[in-house]
Write a protein that binds this ligand. Structure first.
Ligand SMILES: Cc1cc2nc3c(=O)[nH]c(=O)nc-3n(C[C@H](O)[C@H](O)[C@H](O)COP(=O)(O)OP(=O)(O)OC[C@H]3O[C@@H](n4cnc5c(N)ncnc54)[C@H](O)[C@@H]3O)c2cc1C
Length: 484
């Protein structure tokens, strides 16, 4: 089994991409984007479309798509990256939240549209998302969630409840008792999207400099110092190769943000881990079904996510070791053996037909989690500084919407995107260590215990353990503020 090497997705494309040059020296640009993942690349792509004459520069610490964008589960999901209740506190109230959700649903099609227009071959298939309940407690939670969804006003066109048989007719998950199907979701090969998007941005004239980490981002006025007399327009990204000065400098570093000076507690780098099987035999696919290529998840507290890959494998992910002390990040996606074992167990439990398939590759990555679990797209015209991220694991579609929104904010284009409730959203900072580490690890220990207790009684009825499990899960949600 291969471990790390950034991700299966990159290795399936024949290895790491050819490196682009590093920043040749100090330069001036209209816009400087720090981070070459989906957020940075989509922002650059749309900005270059709106302002073809602008000099737009992307600085990337490793290579475009090195981060979560080249490692994720490939769900282009319209799921809200945050809590309805919290976003509803913005000026737009509930109507604003509905607008954000609608924008996310249409973003799934926008990603597909650009992939077609730019000939980005990333296996984009709009098969929807299927959440399965594999225990009575999960089913009860799913039904409760559905009642809330209907109360909110979302009908069958957005979420459909599926019976046990309807669920298994889509994907034959062992023990599935029911499902929730959301059509607004697609499956992709993540690294193929990152690579294709970088190339599409370059065709629009965007300059991407790789192996170029920014060591500091600050307003140009701060860089010159008070003695220079007043604030200079714009901002600066400092690198070992020289400074990039620009009217706007946008931080698109999501799970890696904590490494930048002054931002250690802004976004927590949450680990997510994945394994991928060898290609399954046709008989196994006949048993499993999954002809619609739905992205697949469950209702566990420490949930799993999966996709049927275009090359006939199952790629499955979950939390594993959730967080590294001091907001450290992984080395090239290397994953600890206990997490690989745990994910393999989940895979074999859900798909007995794949039980004999070998695991070919395991890897991990970091996603950015704000303290209130709500993403933000922020731009300050006065300083020229902005950022987007904190999608809490729902970043593939959200990064496209965030990129379009940042592009509108930077150009000053009046659009309905610039009034969505995540624009300017602020979250408080995370606790200092060791509280941060203890809190996240304690929370996931609680979630795992809740999952174990919930699945203790197969019939799930009247079992005290199950009730305790459900209660612990609710306590976990209360402590974390995770909006379920
Ligand atoms: C294993 C895993 C599975 C996931 N599955 C899904 C999924 O199925 N669906 C979904 O919607 N979301 C998923 N996510 C989350 C999603 O992938 C991310 O939210 C999204 O890709 C974030 O994109 P980004 O561009 O903001 O960040 P990233 O893709 O992480 O890009 C940030 C980039 O910034 C660079 N960088 C960092 N610091 C600096 C610096 N100082 N200077 C220059 N460059 C810097 C990094 O090298 C990196 O390339 C998953 C994440 C992981 C890790």
């Amino acid at each position: 089994m291969r471990n790390g090497e950034v991700s299966y997705w990159w290795q399936a494309r024949g290895g790491f991409p050819a490196r682009r040059p590093s920043l040749p020296g100090p330069l001036e640009a209209d816009v400087c984007i720090v981070g070459g993942g989906y957020t940075g690349l989509w922002t650059a792509y749309y900005l270059a479309g709106l302002r073809p004459g602008w000099r737009i520069v992307v600085l990337e610490a490793a290579f475009a798509g090195y981060g979560a964008s080249g490692r994720n589960g490939g769900w282009v999901t319209a799921a809200l990256p945050g809590s309805r209740a919290r976003y509803a506190r913005a000026a737009g109230g509930a109507a604003g939240v509905r607008a954000l959700e609608e924008a996310l649903r249409s973003t799934v099609d926008e990603v597909g549209r650009v992939c077609a227009a730019e000939s980005i071959d990333c296996d984009f298939t709009k098969g929807g998302t299927l959440a399965v309940a594999t225990s009575p407690a999960q089913l009860a939670r799913m039904r409760e969630g559905l009642a809330g969804i209907r109360e909110w006003g979302d009908g069958e066109d957005i979420y459909q409840y599926l019976s046990r048989d309807e669920t298994r007719a889509r994907v034959n998950v062992a023990g599935a008792l029911g499902g929730l199907y959301a059509p607004a979701s697609a499956r992709i090969q993540p690294a193929a999207l990152a690579a294709g998007l970088a190339a599409a941005a370059e065709r629009r004239g965007v300059e991407i400099y790789e192996a170029t980490p920014a060591s500091l981002i600050e307003p140009a006025g701060a860089a010159r110092g008070a003695a220079a007399g007043g604030a200079a327009a714009g901002a600066v990204a400092r690198t070992k190769f020289g400074d990039v000065r620009a009217r706007s400098v946008l931080r698109c570093t999501e799970g890696y943000t904590a490494a930048l000076p002054g931002l250690r507690r802004a976004l927590l780098p949450m680990n997510s881990h994945m394994v991928v099987t060898e290609p399954l035999a046709p008989a196994a696919w006949q048993e499993i079904g999954w002809a619609g290529c739905e992205t697949l998840g469950d209702e566990a507290h420490a949930y799993m996510y999966a996709q049927r890959t275009a090359d006939g494998r199952i790629a499955l992910g979950g939390r594993g070791v959730p967080y590294r002390y001091g907001s450290a990040t992984d080395h090239l996606g290397m994953t600890d053996p206990s997490t690989v074992t745990a994910l393999t167990r989940v895979l074999r439990r859900m798909f007995p037909a794949a039980a004999s398939a070998g695991i070919e590759h395991a890897w991990c990555g970091v996603l950015g989690v704000p303290r209130d679990w709500c993403a933000s797209v922020t731009y300050h015209p006065a300083s020229g500084m902005g950022w987007a991220g904190g999608y809490t694991g729902h970043g593939v579609a959200a990064a496209n919407l965030a990129g379009r929104t940042l592009a509108d904010l930077v150009t000053g284009e009046k659009s309905e995107l610039s009034t969505l409730p995540w624009v300017g959203h602020r979250s408080r900072t995370w606790e200092p260590e060791p509280a941060r580490w203890a809190g996240v690890h304690g929370l996931y220990a609680l979630y795992r215990l809740a999952d174990r207790l919930e699945s203790a009684a197969p019939d799930g009825t009247g079992n005290a353990q199950v009730r305790v499990g459900e209660a612990l899960g609710r306590v976990g949600d209360k402590i974390s503020g995770i909006p379920h």
